[in-house]
Write a protein of this length. Structure first.
Length: 459
């Protein structure tokens, strides 16, 4: 996406923007947040060319163009078609092309064939975004309080849905660029939070330690204040036996020690399915890692560079996280242990707004936490940087019921064969993450910013 085309789309909205009624503070607030999220998606595409936006490098990856259109289809399908009397889509075929997995919303194009669609063009997708944004503005600007009550929950869900796709857009374009021998750069440099090497050396070798937690019965799940996905409830009591949690995630340097101790060639550390995957896929290191002249290098969104040993290791599967923990004489935390440990600390860290697009070294990450409670002084990088694999299978909380209709397909139907990850990553929005947030992926997936934090039982 060239900046020019993004600007053209924005100008189109500005030129035709309806005038809001006076006293419409609620509408202005809703629209401000709506546009903030929509504009950030466009901003992420600054610097991308149309050719970048159409590639699908593997079935899990969607082209940037598809993300731009699918997030727009969400607002059109679940808001405009439902709440605008007589609404007629300008291009009805988009409903088939840009539905992802909502069976109740109609048939859909095959996910693994998204990269074969050259039309609509990237520019068409931007026009679609601008057009739907304008319809949303018109609808909200003329809505009474009762209608706003009906629309607001879906509008908020659509915003969070788009933030999820922003993260996927970033991890997907990383996978696309990583296939290219020219190693294109998504964002140059590490401008905002870069640190000099001499500032890092003091902390980069600081070992992690284990923070102890007594047995307790803890309320797990969202308390109903503010937005949450349905999979974060119902809130319920969970008995959490005594455990210890590592003070920070596993670093690249620590992971290199596992590799050099033949970790990828010793079946005793691996789950059976993990060992099968290691051998089938010939894994020898995290995704994007290569060895050159005796040194580890990896592809990042800022280009190809040597592995910094003080950064949290990322792009590892659940299988690798579990094998590393076994090698280290530890285990992964349950999602309940993780949530309990995160209860007292601030939600602070290296998120997508920091524009590093990469996990920060420990020294930098500590600087992100301006405000610390006593507990959190001991736990670093719980939020942001890397999603932390837990050993908890992604399954429903006691009493969970998916909502009826298409939006009920958002989470519940994926509760099978996946593991829960916690805490968000460097590609997650700060306003999107929560202590109760449950992300989930299949155990062999590696293209998200996924990492490892160790836990252990009492000796
Ligand atoms: Fe989606």
């Amino acid at each position: 996406m060239s900046p020019a085309s993004a600007e053209a789309a924005t100008d189109m909205v500005a030129a035709e923007r309806p005038h809001l009624h006076s006293g419409s503070g609620r509408v202005e607030r809703l629209l401000a947040r709506f546009h903030q999220v929509r504009n950030f998606t466009n901003a992420l595409c600054t610097g991308l060319e149309p050719e970048d936006c159409v590639v699908q490098s593997m079935p899990d990856v969607s082209p940037t163009k598809w993300h731009l259109a699918h997030t727009t289809w969400f607002f059109e399908t679940f808001i405009l078609k439902k709440f605008v009397p007589g609404y007629r889509p300008e291009i009805p075929e988009y409903a088939y092309l840009f539905n992802s997995y909502y069976n109740a919303a109609g048939d859909m194009h095959r996910r693994d064939l998204r990269g074969l669609i050259s039309r609509p063009t990237v520019r068409d997708a931007q026009r679609y975004r601008a057009s739907i944004d304008l319809h949303i503005e018109n609808l909200l600007s003329n809505a009474d309080e009762k209608l706003l009550d009906d629309i607001e929950p879906i509008l908020v869900l659509g915003r969070h849905h788009e933030q999820q796709h922003q993260e996927l857009l970033i991890t997907d374009i990383k996978h696309v660029f990583a296939q290219n021998p020219l190693y294109p750069v998504f964002r140059a440099g590490r401008a905002r939070h870069s640190v000099r090497a001499e500032e890092r050396t003091a902390t980069e070798c600081r070992p992690y330690r284990f923070v102890d937690f007594e047995e307790a019965t803890v309320a797990i799940g969202h308390d109903g204040r503010g937005f949450a996905y349905d999979n974060e409830g119902p809130r319920h009591q969970a008995l959490i036996p005594v455990f210890s949690l590592a003070s920070r995630p596993v670093t690249n340097g620590e992971y290199v020690a596992f590799i050099e101790d033949n970790g990828y060639r010793r079946p005793e550390f691996w789950l059976s399915l993990g060992w099968m995957t290691v051998n089938e896929q010939r894994w020898q290191a995290p995704l994007y890692w290569t060895k050159h002249d005796g040194a580890w290098w990896h592809f990042t969104l800022s280009g190809f560079r040597t592995v910094d040993e003080s950064e949290p290791v990322t792009h590892v599967s659940y299988f690798e996280a579990d094998a590393y923990a076994n090698w280290a004489g530890a285990r992964l935390a349950t999602e309940f242990e993780w949530e309990r440990a995160a209860l007292d600390g601030p939600i602070d860290g290296n998120f997508v707004e920091d524009e590093l697009f990469h996990p920060a070294p420990t020294a930098v990450a500590s600087a992100f936490s301006a405000e610390k409670t006593a507990q959190n002084e001991h736990l670093h990088q719980m939020f942001g940087d890397v999603w932390e694999w837990t050993r908890s299978a992604y399954s429903p909380y006691p009493g969970y019921r998916a909502a009826p209709g298409a939006l009920g397909e958002y989470n519940g139907k994926f509760m099978c064969n996946q593991y829960v990850l916690r805490g968000g990553s460097c590609a997650t929005s700060r306003s999107h993450i929560r202590r109760t947030y449950r992300n989930f992926f299949q155990p062999e997936k590696r293209w998200q910013f996924t990492g490892i934090r160790l836990a252990r039982d009492p000796a």
